[in-house]
Design a binder for this molecule. Structure first.
Ligand code: PHE
Length: 393
């Protein structure tokens, strides 16, 4: 049978080819017929929505690469329920309003049996009601805002949530940074940022700390000097910035320019090579919490790091890549246990996931459809992310 690239079905074909993301030729599917060459009833269609371009492109691309690697491994091993997985990946451009459109299309036009995505909580929140309504299970690899899975019983995640992450960083500020007074700088356009700020504040106050300033920005802003000047005037011991890497890098640069020389720290939204590329010296010494540290490898994770590097030109996987990989593996495991891809039965099987051994550790889906998992704290040192500590739930 003639081989075709499965991404030829997709609007993102040129991007996929550019990034080397196709599932055709010698890309890792050797010996397996490309799923796109088969009729729809001979494949299992899984939809993915991701920020493959735009403001948070590094999130979407990493998550997509991890997911794709999982699909290739599953298909090389004979697929699931006797069929290969066909991954249909659509770009939501990192834009509000787009996640809606692409997930609607994946469900109603492409007939996917499950949806994977997104990294950013605001975009997961946008698509979740569509999946819930259609009774198509959705698994977010890495959205941490609690409201995502509260949408309904078809919505899952395979990562921890922000009440935990906020508490982890509140304790870190108190114990490791020895901070008594902290300022918080929040992106009011992001559900993730607002939630994490709130949970951090609660945790820090409960630990006896004082929030001396609370300032806001809008994701995409370029000039943060007025807010940072107000933060400096409040004389904090440290500044918590629960934002995404593009804004955070600029905030760190401008904080240094204003002589705000206290520790700056944040959450998983900081994790991208772009943080260091943009922020350079200004992000040196900063700390953030996240889900996974490649240098803290279990046997499973070591193999994943090696396979990922081989597949993606030597690139080291980050938390989004690892969680993207686990989200697809957990979905495939649930399909096997359900013995079908029928929505309600697949939903029940995902909900019953227990001690799934993945690259980000063991995943058990709890009664709120979230995963209870450890967090790691990393520090930027010499332009690299260095492991500092693990915090267990
Ligand atoms: N947790 C973030 C959110 O919910 C997204 C994210 C996940 C960012 C993992 C980096 C790493 O929006």
């Amino acid at each position: 049978m003639k081989k075709r690239c499965f991404l030829l079905f997709l609007p993102v074909v040129s991007l996929g080819l550019m990034l080397g993301l196709t599932g055709c030729g010698d890309s890792g599917n050797q010996g397996v017929t490309s799923p796109a060459a088969l009729p729809p009833d001979k494949v299992i269609r899984v939809g993915e929505f991701a920020s493959l371009t735009g403001k948070e492109a590094s999130f979407g691309v990493s998550s997509h690469e991890g997911t794709l690697l999982a699909v290739e491994e599953i298909n090389a091993g004979g697929g699931v329920l006797g069929k290969p997985i066909q991954l249909l990946s659509d770009d939501d451009l990192s834009k509000a309003g787009e996640a809606n459109t692409v997930v609607n299309k994946l469900i109603s036009r492409d007939g996917v049996v499950a949806v994977l995505g997104e990294v950013a909580s605001s975009r997961s929140l946008e698509a979740a009601p569509i999946c819930q309504e259609a009774h198509i299970p959705m698994i977010s690899p890495s959205s941490t805002n609690p409201k995502v899975t509260e949408t309904g019983d078809y919505i899952f995640r395979v990562c921890f949530i922000d009440p935990f992450q906020g508490t982890v960083m509140a304790n870190f500020a108190t114990k490791t940074l020895k901070a008594k007074k902290v300022a918080v700088f929040t992106d009011v356009k992001s559900d993730y940022s607002k939630g994490l700020a709130k949970f951090f504040n609660e945790g820090f106050k409960a630990a006896g700390g004082q929030i001396v300033a609370e300032l806001d920005y809008n994701g995409g802003d370029k000039d943060f000097k007025a807010e940072l000047t107000a933060i400096k005037a409040a004389n904090p011991d440290a500044v918590f910035i629960p934002g995404y890497y593009t804004d955070v890098a600029l905030i760190c640069i401008q904080a240094k320019q204003l002589g705000l020389n206290v520790p700056l720290f944040g959450g998983d939204g900081w994790e991208s090579d772009e943080l260091v590329k943009i922020g350079q010296d200004a992000v040196e010494g900063t700390y953030f919490s996240t889900h996974y540290a490649p240098d803290l490898a279990t046997e499973k994770s070591k193999k994943f790091v090696a396979d990922y590097q081989k597949r993606f030109m030597g690139k080291t996987p980050d938390a989004m890549a690892a969680l993207g990989y686990d989200s697809m593996m957990i979905l495939a495991d649930a399909m096997k246990r359900a013995g079908t891809t029928d929505g309600p039965k697949l939903r029940d099987a995902i909900a019953a996931t227990k001690d799934f051994d993945g690259v980000t550790g063991k995943t058990t889906i709890n009664d709120k459809r979230d995963a209870t998992k450890s967090a790691v704290i990393l520090q930027v040192k010499g332009g690299k992310f260095k492991y500092v500590e693990t915090v267990n739930p």
